[in-house]
Design a protein. Structure first.
Length: 203
Protein backbone atom coordinates (compact mmCIF):
# COMPACT_ATOMS: atom_id res chain seq x y z
CA UNK A 1 0.00 0.00 0.00
CA UNK A 2 1.36 3.38 -1.02
CA UNK A 3 2.09 5.74 1.87
CA UNK A 4 0.08 8.98 1.79
CA UNK A 5 2.34 11.76 3.02
CA UNK A 6 0.70 14.81 4.60
CA UNK A 7 2.63 18.04 5.08
CA UNK A 8 1.48 19.71 8.30
CA UNK A 9 2.40 23.33 7.64
CA UNK A 10 2.83 25.26 10.87
CA UNK A 11 3.07 29.03 11.22
CA UNK A 12 4.51 30.57 14.35
CA UNK A 13 1.55 31.23 16.63
CA UNK A 14 -0.47 28.21 15.43
CA UNK A 15 -3.02 26.58 17.73
CA UNK A 16 -1.68 23.29 19.11
CA UNK A 17 -5.14 21.72 19.24
CA UNK A 18 -5.81 22.39 15.57
CA UNK A 19 -2.49 20.79 14.63
CA UNK A 20 -2.98 17.83 16.97
CA UNK A 21 -6.15 16.58 15.28
CA UNK A 22 -4.13 15.88 12.14
CA UNK A 23 -1.28 14.15 13.97
CA UNK A 24 -3.64 12.11 16.15
CA UNK A 25 -6.21 10.98 13.58
CA UNK A 26 -3.69 10.27 10.84
CA UNK A 27 -1.42 8.71 13.47
CA UNK A 28 -4.21 6.42 14.63
CA UNK A 29 -4.70 5.43 11.02
CA UNK A 30 -0.99 4.67 10.68
CA UNK A 31 -0.99 2.30 13.66
CA UNK A 32 -4.59 1.05 13.88
CA UNK A 33 -6.23 1.81 10.50
CA UNK A 34 -4.99 0.89 7.05
CA UNK A 35 -1.46 2.05 7.89
CA UNK A 36 -1.14 4.33 4.88
CA UNK A 37 -0.74 7.83 6.34
CA UNK A 38 2.38 9.68 7.43
CA UNK A 39 2.43 13.25 8.80
CA UNK A 40 5.52 15.44 8.41
CA UNK A 41 5.59 18.71 10.35
CA UNK A 42 7.06 21.75 8.63
CA UNK A 43 7.72 25.40 9.37
CA UNK A 44 9.68 28.43 8.24
CA UNK A 45 11.62 28.44 11.53
CA UNK A 46 13.66 25.75 13.32
CA UNK A 47 11.56 26.32 16.44
CA UNK A 48 7.94 27.40 16.55
CA UNK A 49 6.02 28.81 19.49
CA UNK A 50 2.31 28.19 19.23
CA UNK A 51 -0.46 30.27 20.74
CA UNK A 52 -0.09 30.16 24.55
CA UNK A 53 3.63 29.36 24.26
CA UNK A 54 3.77 25.63 23.59
CA UNK A 55 7.02 25.16 21.64
CA UNK A 56 7.64 22.63 18.86
CA UNK A 57 10.49 21.70 16.54
CA UNK A 58 9.24 20.95 13.00
CA UNK A 59 10.75 17.93 11.29
CA UNK A 60 11.66 19.83 8.14
CA UNK A 61 11.96 23.45 7.08
CA UNK A 62 9.83 24.92 4.33
CA UNK A 63 12.91 25.36 2.14
CA UNK A 64 13.36 21.56 2.16
CA UNK A 65 9.85 20.73 0.91
CA UNK A 66 9.45 18.83 -2.35
CA UNK A 67 5.72 19.03 -3.10
CA UNK A 68 5.99 15.96 -5.34
CA UNK A 69 6.68 13.86 -2.23
CA UNK A 70 3.36 14.77 -0.59
CA UNK A 71 -0.28 13.86 -1.15
CA UNK A 72 -1.92 16.57 0.95
CA UNK A 73 -1.31 19.80 2.83
CA UNK A 74 -2.82 20.53 6.26
CA UNK A 75 -2.87 24.04 7.76
CA UNK A 76 -4.06 24.75 11.32
CA UNK A 77 -5.05 28.29 12.27
CA UNK A 78 -3.60 30.54 14.94
CA UNK A 79 -3.77 33.91 16.67
CA UNK A 80 -2.62 37.25 15.32
CA UNK A 81 -1.42 38.25 18.80
CA UNK A 82 0.90 35.21 18.76
CA UNK A 83 2.37 36.20 15.39
CA UNK A 84 0.47 33.74 13.20
CA UNK A 85 0.13 35.98 10.15
CA UNK A 86 3.82 36.89 10.06
CA UNK A 87 4.59 33.36 8.87
CA UNK A 88 1.23 32.48 7.34
CA UNK A 89 1.23 35.50 5.00
CA UNK A 90 4.91 35.21 4.06
CA UNK A 91 5.88 34.60 0.44
CA UNK A 92 7.36 31.19 1.29
CA UNK A 93 4.17 30.02 3.01
CA UNK A 94 1.89 31.26 0.22
CA UNK A 95 4.12 29.80 -2.48
CA UNK A 96 3.87 26.24 -1.17
CA UNK A 97 0.08 26.55 -0.99
CA UNK A 98 0.05 27.54 -4.68
CA UNK A 99 2.27 24.57 -5.55
CA UNK A 100 -0.07 22.09 -3.82
CA UNK A 101 -3.09 23.58 -5.59
CA UNK A 102 -1.37 23.59 -8.98
CA UNK A 103 -0.67 19.88 -8.47
CA UNK A 104 -4.37 19.37 -7.56
CA UNK A 105 -3.47 17.95 -4.16
CA UNK A 106 -5.75 18.14 -1.13
CA UNK A 107 -5.39 21.24 1.05
CA UNK A 108 -7.18 20.99 4.41
CA UNK A 109 -7.37 23.97 6.75
CA UNK A 110 -8.98 24.73 10.07
CA UNK A 111 -10.41 28.11 11.12
CA UNK A 112 -8.12 31.00 10.06
CA UNK A 113 -5.84 28.50 8.35
CA UNK A 114 -8.07 29.40 5.39
CA UNK A 115 -6.73 32.96 5.29
CA UNK A 116 -3.27 32.19 3.85
CA UNK A 117 -5.03 29.96 1.31
CA UNK A 118 -7.20 32.92 0.36
CA UNK A 119 -4.26 35.32 0.29
CA UNK A 120 -2.31 32.94 -1.96
CA UNK A 121 -4.97 33.47 -4.64
CA UNK A 122 -5.87 29.83 -5.17
CA UNK A 123 -9.39 30.30 -3.75
CA UNK A 124 -10.23 33.32 -5.88
CA UNK A 125 -13.66 32.75 -7.44
CA UNK A 126 -14.10 29.58 -5.38
CA UNK A 127 -16.07 28.78 -2.24
CA UNK A 128 -14.63 28.88 1.26
CA UNK A 129 -15.12 29.87 4.89
CA UNK A 130 -13.10 30.82 7.95
CA UNK A 131 -13.59 31.92 11.58
CA UNK A 132 -17.14 33.24 11.84
CA UNK A 133 -17.39 34.93 15.26
CA UNK A 134 -16.24 38.39 16.47
CA UNK A 135 -18.56 40.16 14.00
CA UNK A 136 -17.34 38.02 11.11
CA UNK A 137 -14.15 40.07 10.70
CA UNK A 138 -12.10 37.13 9.45
CA UNK A 139 -14.81 36.06 7.01
CA UNK A 140 -14.86 39.59 5.58
CA UNK A 141 -11.09 39.36 5.25
CA UNK A 142 -11.36 36.04 3.38
CA UNK A 143 -13.96 37.50 1.02
CA UNK A 144 -11.58 40.40 0.28
CA UNK A 145 -9.28 37.87 -1.39
CA UNK A 146 -11.99 37.13 -3.97
CA UNK A 147 -13.34 34.07 -2.18
CA UNK A 148 -17.05 33.28 -2.43
CA UNK A 149 -17.91 33.16 1.28
CA UNK A 150 -20.18 30.32 2.35
CA UNK A 151 -21.50 30.55 5.92
CA UNK A 152 -21.25 26.86 6.77
CA UNK A 153 -19.07 25.06 9.36
CA UNK A 154 -17.03 23.23 6.69
CA UNK A 155 -16.77 24.06 2.99
CA UNK A 156 -15.10 21.89 0.35
CA UNK A 157 -14.41 23.28 -3.11
CA UNK A 158 -12.66 20.71 -5.31
CA UNK A 159 -9.37 19.96 -3.52
CA UNK A 160 -9.60 22.63 -0.79
CA UNK A 161 -11.26 22.23 2.61
CA UNK A 162 -11.90 25.27 4.83
CA UNK A 163 -13.72 25.56 8.14
CA UNK A 164 -15.25 28.12 10.47
CA UNK A 165 -13.79 27.49 13.94
CA UNK A 166 -11.70 25.21 16.17
CA UNK A 167 -14.91 23.24 16.83
CA UNK A 168 -14.67 21.82 13.30
CA UNK A 169 -11.11 20.56 13.72
CA UNK A 170 -11.83 16.87 14.28
CA UNK A 171 -14.31 16.76 11.42
CA UNK A 172 -11.80 18.35 9.02
CA UNK A 173 -9.15 15.80 9.97
CA UNK A 174 -11.58 12.91 9.46
CA UNK A 175 -12.62 14.34 6.07
CA UNK A 176 -8.95 14.44 5.10
CA UNK A 177 -8.48 10.83 6.25
CA UNK A 178 -11.51 9.72 4.24
CA UNK A 179 -10.23 11.46 1.11
CA UNK A 180 -6.78 9.92 1.49
CA UNK A 181 -8.04 6.40 2.24
CA UNK A 182 -11.70 5.39 2.05
CA UNK A 183 -15.03 5.96 3.84
CA UNK A 184 -14.86 2.44 5.27
CA UNK A 185 -11.37 2.95 6.68
CA UNK A 186 -12.34 6.33 8.11
CA UNK A 187 -15.36 4.79 9.86
CA UNK A 188 -13.10 2.09 11.31
CA UNK A 189 -10.63 4.64 12.71
CA UNK A 190 -13.51 6.66 14.17
CA UNK A 191 -14.79 3.49 15.83
CA UNK A 192 -11.37 2.60 17.25
CA UNK A 193 -10.99 6.15 18.62
CA UNK A 194 -14.42 5.96 20.28
CA UNK A 195 -16.21 8.43 18.01
CA UNK A 196 -19.50 6.58 17.82
CA UNK A 197 -22.71 6.16 19.81
CA UNK A 198 -21.88 2.56 20.65
CA UNK A 199 -18.52 3.41 22.18
CA UNK A 200 -18.88 0.73 24.92
CA UNK A 201 -20.46 -1.96 22.74
CA UNK A 202 -17.26 -4.02 22.60
CA UNK A 203 -16.61 -3.96 26.35
Amino acid sequence: MKTKNVLLLLANGFEAYEASVFTDILGWNKWEGDGSTEVITCGIRKELKCTWNFTVTPEILLTEVDVAMFDALAIPGGFEAAGFYTDAFSNEFLSVIREFDQADKIIASICVGALPIGKSGVLKGRKGTTYHLNNGYRQTQLASFGVELVKQPIVTDKNIITSSSPATALDVAFILLEKLTSPENCRNVKHLMGFNKERYADE
